[in-house]
Structures are given as C-alpha cells and as structure tokens.
Write a protein that binds this ligand. Sequence first.
Ligand code: ZN
Length: 52
Amino acid sequence: MEQKKEKKHVCSICGKPSEATICHACEEKIRGEALEKKKEMEKAGRTDTGRR
Ligand SMILES: [Zn+2]
C-alpha cells in the first residue's frame, strides 16, 4: 500500500495523470462493467429479493 501524500496524482487503473484516484475514462469504464455484471447477476440469479 502506497500512502504517500504527493502532488502527483495518477489514475490507479491506467496510470495516467488524474486529479482523482481513478480518471473519468476508467471510472466510466468500471461503472459500465459493473452495470453489466449487475445485469448478468440479475439475469443469472433470479432471487426473490426485489419483489414484494
Ligand atoms: Zn484511468
């Protein structure tokens, strides 16, 4: 774990300079993947939860 407080901020995904831990491009990518996974999970594991 690197917890050095330096001015240099880079995306922890692509390593490109970014203000945030994860740059926008990667953030959106991750978000999209997460959404897809969620969809898959909902499709695959139809649980009773969510329905009342
Ligand atoms: Zn990135």
